[in-house]
Design a protein around this ligand. Structure first.
Ligand SMILES: [Zn+2]
Length: 88
């Protein structure tokens, strides 16, 4: 299984208040500067990938994998848990 996601949570700081909002890969790739991104499930950091030249579509990936994340079924250990380096 690959670790590909179409949506992430992006961090926005407005008037000293931090919010995390769901954004699509197309929205994020169009943003400059790009906000900090995290996994909606385990809150581990995400990075955005543009579509590849070999037909791979644009997507998000965990920067570091996490066995407690059900959004990464290839490595999920069956028990959801926060990423050890979760972003809040
Ligand atoms: Zn995750």
């Amino acid at each position: 299984m690959t670790d590909e996601r179409d949506f992430c949570e992006a961090r926005f700081d407005r008037d000293g208040v931090t919010t995390w909002e769901l954004r699509s890969i197309d929205e994020i790739l169009g943003m400059d500067p790009r906000p900090t991104l995290r996994c909606p499930q385990c809150h581990g950091q995400f990075r955005a990938h543009k579509a590849g030249t070999t037909g791979q579509r644009a997507h998000f990936e965990h920067r570091k994998g996490h066995a407690g994340c059900p959004l990464k079924p290839g490595t999920f250990n069956g028990t959801p848990s926060r990423h050890p380096e979760a972003l809040d």
